[in-house]
Design a protein around this ligand. Structure first.
Ligand code: ARG
Length: 466
């Protein structure tokens, strides 16, 4: 069994069926740069422990660099007989530096501590990339919010609950409501990283640690970790770091899908709140007039895939006894897929949101409709000393009167208001406008223009702080 990592104990090589089932190079090959970095740090540890001569050490480092250059140039590929990236790279290293020197590198390590470290290192890099892409989307949401906050011309819209008109809000306020969850996702990636950073499994060996006097802390530091695993069994067998990462990517997917669903609604003829830029929308092969929100729909759809990756991974991990089990080879594909999905999806969402144009007159026209100012009437009465239960009743009576008359709240005459209750003096009109309603919600977090401007500053500070 030429090139295999074992053999002497076996009278025959693996069957083709086993090899076919076992092989993971078609997805773990992308770990190559991390495997080579791990091997470099491990060679240094062996050298420091006196287990490699200066010459062998230098030759191993040269061989590893040569493999790295070939990988970068696209000239390093696994062979069909290679089981995984670790075995393939050992075979290639032996070809590069010869079996005598190359055969020394595997001392004191196992593929179990190797893969557990490399997977963490790979995800830490991609966590940074994804955080940056999420912040790009937050930036364009903030940019759109800023454009619709020009003093005196703030864009208003119908705020909804249950998808029904509820209370008027500023468009900027609504857009920033999508920015905050994304900022929390970036925070989640940050604190996930802090947990993973201090837990480099290199040095854990197959499960029980190593006998060769290697220094796992030094290896960890060389690989950009702040510390090594405190427990070699845990270090090689736990994958909660992968599940947690898959959760954060699924949460980003869910957050994107909520924004996506709104874009899909807003660009319908019925809503007509927004128009997609031609470069960020698609046509139909049969209906010449169509302009479809495919990016938003794909975001909505791919959130299902991201959730599925999380659920599948957790099902794989459930009930696994300690320590390493081969089931764990199934940990990588779902998470790699989630990484790739977000790294492709996020830039498309960012472009779509950045180029969306809003139909401000249409939103302003709809903002006061559906009796969305009824709460303002009730709260105005409260400020006039009426108990809220009575105020709620009176405002409800106004709505019923409007429905009878086929008009909206601002259309009620002074006499009609007075008939409902003498407490409803003509002064109530100060809140019977969208501007009055929006302006009066001036407490922290509210939709009053100055509040939203302050909130936008908070978002911008949070973005630059990251
Ligand atoms: N390719 C394996 C994985 O991804 C690592 C190899 C460990 N295999 C083993 N037989 N101990 O989990």
């Amino acid at each position: 069994n030429e090139g295999s990592l074992w053999g002497s104990r076996f009278a025959s090589g693996p069957s083709p069926e086993l090899q076919e089932l076992s092989r993971s190079t078609h997805f773990d090959w992308q770990l190559t740069p991390y495997d080579l970095a791990g091997s470099r740090a491990h060679a240094n540890a062996l050298h420091r422990a006196g287990l490699l001569t200066d010459a062998d050490h230098a030759e191993l480092l040269r061989g590893l660099s040569a493999l790295g250059e070939r990988y970068d140039a696209g000239n390093l590929l696994p062979a069909p007989g290679d089981e995984d990236v670790h075995g393939a790279l050992e075979r290639l290293l032996l070809e590069e530096v010869g079996p005598e020197v190359g055969g020394r590198l595997r001392a004191g390590r196992s593929r179990n501590d190797q893969v557990a470290t490399l997977f963490r290192a790979y995800l830490r890099d991609h966590a940074r990339t994804i955080a940056r892409l999420v912040l790009d989307l937050v930036d364009v949401l903030a940019g759109q919010a800023g454009e619709h906050l020009a003093p005196g011309q703030e864009t208003v819209m119908p705020g909804r609950t249950h998808l029904q008109h509820a209370q008027p809000v500023l468009l900027s306020h609504h857009l920033l409501a999508h920015a905050w969850p994304l900022l929390r996702d970036v925070d989640r990636l940050r604190d996930w990283d802090a947990r993973v950073a201090c837990d480099s499994p290199y040095g854990s060996g197959a499960l029980a640690g190593q006998t060769l006097g290697l220094d796992p802390e030094a290896v960890a530091a060389e690989l950009g970790f702040t510390g090594s695993s405190a427990n070699s069994i845990d270090g090689t067998s736990s994958r909660d770091f992968a599940a947690e990462f898959a959760f954060v990517t699924a949460q980003v997917g869910v957050d994107l899908s909520r924004l996506a669903e709104e874009v899909i609604l807003w660009t319908t003829r019925e809503f007509d709140f927004a128009t997609l830029h031609d470069s960020w929308s698609t046509g139909s092969s049969i209906m010449p007039q169509k302009k479809n929100p495919d990016i938003a729909e794909l975001a909505r759809g791919k959130s299902g895939r991201l959730i599925g990756n999380l659920a599948g991974l957790m099902a794989t991990l459930k009930g696994l006894p300690l320590a390493y089990n081969r089931d764990l080879q199934e940990d990588k594909e779902p998470v790699f897929d989630s990484v790739r999905t977000l790294e492709v999806l996020l830039p498309a969402m960012t472009g779509m949101v950045a180029t969306l144009t809003f139909n401000s007159p249409r939103m302003a026209e709809l903002a006061p409709q559906g009796f969305s100012l009824a709460t303002d009437v009730a709260e105005w009465l409260v400020r006039e000393g009426v108990p809220f239960r009575d105020a709620h009743e009176l405002a409800g009576a106004c709505v019923r009167r409007c429905e009878e008359l086929g008009c909206d709240l601002p259309d009620l005459t002074d006499e009609q208001l007075a008939e409902i209750s003498p407490a409803l003096t003509p002064e109530v009109r100060t809140v019977l406008s969208v501007e009055g309603s929006v302006g009066s919600r001036s407490g922290r977090g509210g939709t009053a223009p100055d509040r939203v401007r302050a909130q936008l500053d908070e978002v911008r500070t949070a973005t630059t702080g990251h």
